[in-house]
Design a protein around this ligand. Structure first.
Ligand SMILES: O=C(O)CCC(=O)C(=O)O
Length: 406
């Protein structure tokens, strides 16, 4: 793995910055932001987490040992702490520091804006087993906005062992690609650094990236902030707070803020409702090369993301003694996509195709399956109306619903 290339030398040169995105897929700025208010945000967050029971009492919050169990987006016990971060005005205000908005304007144009929805990361040590997101992915597959950028901002110093972000250089020019692998530490196409508070990593939505494992005994705190041009439609979900539902709406989150403008969007922006799991089409970019891609490949990319997530959200403690192969057959106009989930002891593998003998086969249309995984349809309901069929051991089909975090 290489060190990230520093871009401070080209910061006032939009053309050179765009050229670097075309070549490397990212820009890394050491010390771009004022670190002091970010350190304040981290300390306030750690205090709130200590009050929520994430950290042991009786220590200063930034020195307190963690109090397991680990918590992440998939656990109800996550939200007390996460809401405290989402309620913090500076969590939302920090991307409006002029040093960063100037770079984003040079890169994207005068109509650039940042998404109101901002993702906070409070990542537990990997050995305690939590947060998915350490597999390689492209943000375009998640958000569906062409030429969107992400700025990744550490709230605490993140030496490599705390599990900061790594970038797969070159991936930005491969188009939308299915990925089922993690970071390869021995591969020099991957790049990372020892991040310090104030640093900013900016990458294109086709640049594959992944978090490194957190091998320390501390939390990694950081934020993902997305940027786009007002000429592109905005996914309606991006107007809401992240994890809206368990996380309250803006009225409540912003009650004590000095202004709500941190989460405003330009009036001209058109929003689009996404059911989740749409097959993204990305035909031309201002920044990177886009190889031609067929419908079937695009469907495969979306499914790779879903099955990757499933593999990551496997709970071995719920599948003790189980040995099962579940095969999914997802039918679309382009043909049938076959995926196997192979569970054996504490291991779970998602395999495209897959040659193992399946204990149970689940067949539905790709569209119905995307509705189910997007939380817009219920699998048992789909089974009842005949939209989903189960062939083989029904007890495995039902039992496996418990083996994965939602
Ligand atoms: O910080 C992380 O763990 C993941 C961040 C990420 O995937 C993103 O910013 O898109």
């Amino acid at each position: 793995m290489r060190d990230l290339k520093e871009s401070s030398g080209i910061i006032r040169d939009p053309q050179a910055m765009r050229q670097r995105i075309a070549e490397d897929g990212y820009l890394f700025f050491r010390g771009l932001l004022d670190p002091e208010p970010i350190r304040g945000l981290a300390l306030d967050t750690l205090s709130a987490l200590q009050a929520e029971g994430w950290l042991k009492d009786g220590f200063p919050p930034d020195e307190a040992p963690l109090e397991p169990p680990a918590r992440d987006f998939k656990n109800a016990n996550f939200f007390g702490g996460y809401i405290a971060l989402q309620r913090h005005e500076y969590f939302h205000a920090l991307v409006h520091q002029p040093a960063l908005t100037a770079v984003m304007r040079d890169l994207i144009g005068d109509d650039v804006f940042s998404h109101p929805r901002k993702v906070g990361r409070m990542v537990w040590p990997t050995r305690l087993g939590t947060t998915p997101g350490i597999y390689a992915h492209q943000d375009f597959v998640v958000e569906g906005v062409p030429d969107m950028f992400t700025s990744w901002i550490p709230f605490v110093d993140c030496p490599r062992d705390l599990g900061g972000l790594a970038i797969l250089t070159g991936s930005q020019n491969e188009g939308v690609v299915a990925r089922l692998h993690r970071v390869d530490l021995d591969d020099d196409a991957w790049a990372t650094t020892d991040y310090r508070v104030g640093d900013v990593l900016i990458f294109h939505c086709l640049t594959a990236h992944a978090a490194l494992p957190n091998t320390t005994e501390r939390l990694r705190l950081s934020g993902d902030y997305r940027w786009q041009s007002a000429a592109q439609p905005l996914p309606a979900d991006a107007l809401l707070p992240h994890m809206h539902g368990p996380v309250p709406g803006w009225d409540e989150l912003s009650r004590d803020w000095s202004t709500g403008e941190w989460v405003d969007v330009p009036e001209a922006v058109r929003t689009v409702e996404r059911a989740g799991g749409e097959i993204p089409e990305f035909t031309a970019s201002r920044y990177v090369r886009i190889p031609p891609q067929g419908q079937r490949d695009r469907e495969h990319v979306v499914l790779a993301g879903i099955f990757n997530n499933m593999q990551d959200s496997f709970r071995p403690e719920k599948a003790v003694g189980e040995d099962a192969v579940i095969e999914y057959r997802l039918v679309s106009e382009s043909g049938t996509h076959r995926w196997q989930i192979q569970v054996s002891g504490s291991r779970c593998l998602a395999v495209p195709g897959g040659e193992e003998r399946a204990d149970v086969k689940i067949t539905t249309t790709l569209r119905d399956y995307l509705m189910i995984t997007g939380g817009k349809a219920d699998p048992v309901d789909a089974f009842g109306r005949g939209a989903l069929s189960v062939d083989g051991d029904l007890s495995i089909a039902l039992g496996q619903l418990e083996w994965f975090r939602d």
